[in-house]
Design a protein around this ligand. Structure first.
Ligand SMILES: [Zn+2]
Length: 76
């Protein structure tokens, strides 16, 4: 799979840290599986990971906390 940004690099399996800002809190999810370009470093979340993050964020919105940090592997 070629990179969609630079159209040159190969996309490789990698882990990234996902950052989101909700209404009044910040969420950081570590170790999210993604595809990363070997050339330009662009990252794309896998669709399965994007769906799971949506679920995680839905749950977190109900928790009154300013900053929330969690590990993708243990957030299921
Ligand atoms: Zn690239």
């Amino acid at each position: 799979m070629k990179c969609m940004s630079c159209k040159y690099g190969e996309m490789e399996e990698a882990k990234t840290t996902y950052f989101a800002q909700l209404n009044d809190c910040y969420v950081i999810i570590e170790n999210v599986p993604c595809m990363k370009c070997s050339q330009c470093g662009d990252e794309f979340l896998k669709s399965s990971a994007a769906e799971k993050i949506d679920d995680i964020l839905d749950g977190i919105e109900k928790i009154a906390s300013k900053i929330y940090i969690l590990d993708y592997a243990t957030a299921a």
